[in-house]
Each structure stands twice: as C-alpha cells, then as structure tokens.
Ligand binder design. Structure first.
Ligand code: NOJ
Length: 491
C-alpha cells in the first residue's frame, strides 16, 4: 500500500516535470478567444477586379518595383479575391473563434470618397462575413491596414487633416453595411508603422520621406480619424448592434543592461505611448516626454513651433477613452542604451528618441531582419500595459514568426508555444486582462517591402499554381490542438 502510494506520487511528479518543460497543464480561461489575422493587400489580389480603385500599395509596387526585394506585388498573390472560401475553410479547420481580416477601402470606394460606392466590393465582403457566421466564426474587421486610396493620397493622405472626414464617411459605410453582423471593429492597424515607414521614410507606400515631420502629422491625423469613427459607432450604431471598436498598436518591449529606467520609459513612450497615451492614459494627449523633447529639438533647429503637432483641448477629450479594447501586435523586443551621438536622420523620430537599439546574441532570429524571438518581452509588455493604462482589456491582434519556405515549420511552433506560455502566465499570475490571441498570419502572403521572400503563414500557398492551393503547416496542427485542449501542447 505504502509502496504503491509512493510510486503514484513519483509518477505524478515526473508527469509534472515533463509538462512544465514542454506543454502546460494550465488552461486558458473559458471565455478566452483564439483567432487568426490577415490583411487585404497582402492576400486578396484582384487589384483592379470588378471596379476596385487603386490604392497607394498598387501604385507604389507598380511604379517602384525596385523598392520590393523580389520586385513582386499584390496584384494576384494568394488570390483570396477568388479563393476566399479556402481561407474561411482553413480558419474553420483550426477551430478558431474569430477571423481578423481587413477591408480594402478602394474595393468599396474606388476613389476613397462617396463619389461612387462599388456594390461588387460590398458583395465580396458580405460573402466572407456570411460564410464566417455560418461557421460560427466571429468576423473581426480591420478598416484600415496600410492601403489608402491613391486618390486620397493626392490630397496628402494622412498628412492632411482632410483625411479625418473621409475616414469617418468610409467608417459610416462599413458600419452601415456590415454592422449587423460584425461585432469587432479595428479602425487602424499599426499607425506608427505606416507613418514612420511611409511618411517619415520611403520604404513603405506612399514613400514620402519627410522624416521628423511626416510621421508626426500622419499619426496625429490617424488618431483623430480613429476617434471620430469610434464616436460615430457609439452615437449611431451601438444601441442597435452592440459591437466593440478598438485600434491595433504595435510595440516591442525595451530593456536596458544598466537598468536605466528613464531611458526605457522614454523608448516605451516614444513607441507605444505615442499612440496609446492619447487614447488610454488618464491624462490624454501625447506623452510628456515626447512633447518636451520634440519641442526642445525643434527650438534648437530654429523652428517657431514644435514638429510634433498639438491637440486642442477639444481633440484631447475627443480622443481620450476611444477604444473598447487594446489591440496589440507583438513580434519582438530590443535592448536600448542612450546614444552619445545624434542618431538617425536629421530630423526624425529616431533622433528625437535618442536611443540606440540592439539585440542579444542568444536571441533566435527569424527570416526577417528585425525579428528575434523574445517571448518574455510579450509578458513584460502586457504587464507594462496593465500598470500604465489601468489594466485595459487586451486583444493580441497579431503575433507571428517568419521563416523561409517549409511545411515542417518547427521554429514557428516553438515561437507560438513560448509566446502563448507568456500569455497564460500574465493572465493566471499577474491578473492581466488579456481576452484574445490572434496569429499572424493565416496564409503565406505579401510581406510589404520584402515581397514574398518571408513567410508568416500557418498555411503554405502554392504560388506557382493558378489555383493557389493552401496547405497546412505543422504550426497549423499545433494551433488546432492547442485550441482543442485550451492548453499549450508539449513540443
Ligand atoms: C504587422 C503588420 O500588421 C502586418 O501587415 C505584417 O505583415 C506583419 N507585421 C509582419 O511584419
């Protein structure tokens, strides 16, 4: 009796060690949601089909193929315009609770404004939404994922405050036509990313390269656009449809070898706080450290006003609190140290921040230059968000890993395993209010300036076949099992 009890205890002990090393015996909360994300330009193709107008990415890739590593574009890509049913079936095969996809603005409004509404475009998204609903998969719609109507770019795009009105009208059309079935709306994806690379820099469309000025104007108008769309929904649609409206922000977490908290805080505020502080903080507006530093730099440059635009009290109040959840895109982290020399272009947000970023040799690198696996960074970032913004409801809208072309994508499996462990840990042990996790991405797709050279999909796409067949990779099976068990499988 005593011996068998001893053997029993010993066996449990061994099982626990194995589970702790590999999988997890702990479960995701019952109401936790799993999903997968994509975006229109990256997967749809059909760039001029059925009345779609040109977006800035159509123009950028057509006029400047040299700006894309493999000189490719999204003209056809995975051709979800024709094969969207394959995408929906793929999402269903994983038992996902939701599918996050974006709407191509110019498929619906070819010139970006209400001059012409393209019913064929509306029909396309209706077909996707209805199929998802039939399969009991929640549609989560991103309204803007980098593909501005070319026509609105002629007016300056996000550098011109006129965009706010156009965005509101576009949002109104989407709420009006899809709001009865779409309960999760994301206004704008990664404003810092497209503003820094497309307005401050030249590597993303529209490639303005007005560094130190363009990125600030762009974020300013993106924040206003987001806020007016949020208020419009609450005013005109919420009572009837009861949906949620949020925004998706991208951020790394930052570490300092010397525990320099001032420098870490500055980097966090210039990165995540830039967009999050005006919306989620209790005082609103841009972070004080940004306002002060950019004002000082601007003065030293002989300018009469800061390069960082200011919000009136009206706009501060209008923007503050405009998100029902905190959409977070997390991929990687960095170490930082204060730079002794001026850094980055003159002027630029990098120079205004004033820190050098670096990585650690032990960090494993993906196929993208910038992507190192730092799972702990996700845990630390979620704890930081909890402390900084009073524990908002967080939806991890993107987390993903690039590799070269392989079906046995073990590095992606490890990446998801390790990052989901962090998510579980912050929920169970730190009380972080994380409600959902979405994988980037469903199928291999057009990775912006990297073209098709970096693969982020859980499904391989046979690009050389006209039928663009989707084939599940090992990571797809891993996620399927995880969702079924609601705990992290061993690897
Ligand atoms: C975030 C962006 O939203 C998405 O479009 C991109 O493909 C991934 N990061 C990977 O770089």
């Amino acid at each position: 009796m005593f011996l068998s009890r001893l053997i029993y205890i010993f066996t449990i002990f061994i099982v626990e060690i194995v589970v702790a090393k590999n999988g997890s015996s702990q479960h995701f909360p019952e109401n936790f949601l799993f999903g997968v994300s994509s975006s229109a330009y990256q997967i749809e193709g059909g760039w001029d089909s059925d009345g779609k107008g040109p977006s800035i990415w159509d123009e950028f890739t057509h006029l400047h193929p040299e700006k894309i590593v493999d000189r490719q574009n999204g003209d056809v890509g995975a051709n979800s315009y024709e094969y969207y049913l394959d995408d929906v079936e793929a999402v269903k095969s994983l038992n996902m609770n939701f599918y996050r996809f974006s709407i191509s603005w110019t498929r619906i409004l070819p010139t970006g404004d209400l001059t012409q509404v393209n019913e064929k475009g509306i029909e396309y998204y209706n077909k996707i939404i209805n199929k998802l609903i039939e399969y009991k998969i929640e549609p989560m719609v991103t309204m803007y994922h980098f593909d501005l109507p070319a026509h609105l770019q002629l007016l300056g795009g996000f550098a011109n405050s006129a965009i706010v009105q156009y965005f509101e009208e576009y949002a109104n059309l989407l709420f009006n036509r899809f709001g009865d079935r779409v309960k999760y709306w994301i206004t704008i994806n990664e404003a810092a990313e497209f503003c820094v690379k497309g307005y401050g820099g030249k590597i993303h469309a529209p490639g303005i390269n007005a560094h130190g000025k363009g990125e600030y104007l762009c974020v300013h108008n993106a924040l206003k656009s987001h806020a007016v769309a949020y208020h419009l929904y609450k005013r005109e649609y919420y009572n009837q449809y009861k949906g949620q409206v949020g925004i998706a922000l991208d951020s790394s977490f930052f570490y300092s070898d010397s525990n320099d908290t001032v420098v870490v805080n500055r980097e966090m505020q210039f990165t995540l706080g830039w967009i999050a502080h005006p919306i989620f903080s209790s005082d609103g507006d841009y972070p004080a450290v940004m306002i002060d530093r950019i004002a000082n730099h601007s003065k030293a440059e002989g300018r009469l006003v800061s390069r960082l635009p200011t919000f009136s009290n009206h706009w501060k109040r209008t923007i503050q609190g405009t998100s029902d959840f905190f959409g977070l895109n997390y991929y990687t982290s960095r170490y930082i140290r204060e730079s002794l020399e001026p850094i980055g272009e003159n002027p630029s947000v990098a120079r205004d921040r004033g820190n050098e970023r670096f990585t650690k040799p032990e960090w494993i690198k993906g196929a993208s230059d910038w992507l190192y696996s730092v799972p702990k960074g996700l845990g630390d970032l979620l704890r930081w968000i909890k402390a900084e913004y009073n524990n908002p409801e967080v939806i991890i809208t993107e987390n993903g890993w690039s590799d070269d072309d392989r079906l046995e994508d073990d590095s992606r499996v490890t990446y998801f395993h390790d990052h989901l462990e962090q998510v579980l840990d912050v929920i169970l042990n730190n009380g972080c209010n994380v409600k959902a996790f979405s994988v980037w991405s469903l199928v291999d797709n057009f990775e912006w300036s990297q073209g098709y050279t970096e693969k982020f999909g859980m499904f391989f796409v046979n690009m050389s076949s006209p039928r663009k067949e989707r084939i599940p990779k090992k990571s797809a099976y891993f996620m399927e099992e995880l969702i079924k068990k609601r705990s992290i499988p061993g690897i």
